[in-house]
Design a protein around this ligand. Structure first.
Ligand code: CAA
Length: 238
């Protein structure tokens, strides 16, 4: 039986590319989504990938949904914490809600989903967790204190969880994508986005498939743990 991979936010954008790449590599994939039933059903029809609707920021909803996925498909052995949202705005205009939604959805979700699968991975002595961070968690970004803080938190979360589980055959890594051609990035005002693209040495937005390739690399590599792969067209080097 093929291993089961859960991809949060797995029906659109970078997540959709990761879900299909894992399916093509022979894994049984469950793609989570939060609200867009139409897109999720179209994705399911097009790819044959199972979809699962739950709010990654809700601990109890996550636990219940992952239990159900495990009954339906088998134990989750690969977890890709990809779900994320933006609520951009300068901090002096930011509401508490804009802050909390982004922290809970982008960072809280990593705890909620990893907590639901980690005991099983530990008992089976094998697991892969890949967290999708961001260049903006590494370098900061004007208008994104909420997003930058949450994504930066993902990088610390990754290193701590990697240390706790390295002896048990479980690797925990992060990817820090730069600006990738997705709905999320296209929502940035065009004039602002043009200026951002001008700062990318490669001279273009990244493709979602270029992040998906990196996920497969990390899933296939037993010796890489606690690391962050920066895939950003040279926009931020460190
Ligand atoms: N550095 C310095 N100053 C900046 C700046 C920057 N990067 N961006 C804007 N400013 C300045 C502007 O020049 C302007 O100054 P003046 O008033 O002196 O002309 C001032 O800030 C106000 O700028 P805006 O008109 O843009 O202000 P706004 O309130 O309408 O919008 C904003 C602010 C929502 C943050 C908007 O600038 C924006 O959307 N920025 C892009 C944020 C971004 O990159 N989001 C990434 C989303 S994709 C993603 O997050 C995926 C990923 O992981 C990479």
């Amino acid at each position: 039986m093929s291993k089961v991979a859960l991809v949060t936010g797995g029906t659109r954008g970078i997540g959709a590319a990761i879900s299909t790449a894992l399916r093509d590599a022979g894994y049984t994939v469950a793609a989570n989504y939060a609200g867009n039933d139409e897109k999720a059903n179209a994705f399911k029809a097009e790819t044959g990938i199972a979809v699962s609707k739950f709010d990654v920021s809700d601990f109890d909803a996550v636990s219940a949904a992952i239990q159900q996925i495990e009954v339906d498909l088998g134990p989750v052995e690969i977890l890709i914490n990809n779900a994320g949202i933006t609520r951009d705005g300068t901090m002096h205009k930011m509401s508490a809600e804009q802050w909390q939604q982004v922290v809970d959805t982008n960072l809280g979700s990593c705890f909620n989903c990893s907590r639901a699968v980690i005991e099983g991975m530990r008992s089976r002595k094998w697991g892969r967790i890949v967290n999708i961070g961001s260049i903006n968690g590494q370098a900061g970004q004007y208008g994104q204190v909420n997003y930058a803080a949450a994504k930066s938190g993902i990088h610390g979360f990754t290193k701590a969880l990697a240390q706790e589980n390295a002896k048990l055959g479980i690797t925990v890594n992060a990817i820090a994508p730069g600006y990738i051609d997705t709905d999320m990035v296209r929502a940035v005002p065009e004039a602002v986005l043009e200026k951002i693209i001008a700062t990318i040495p490669v001279g273009r937005l990244g493709a979602a498939s270029e992040i998906a390739d990196s996920v497969l690399f990390l899933v296939n590599n037993a010796f890489a743990t606690g690391t962050t792969l920066s895939i950003n067209g040279g926009q931020h080097m460190y």
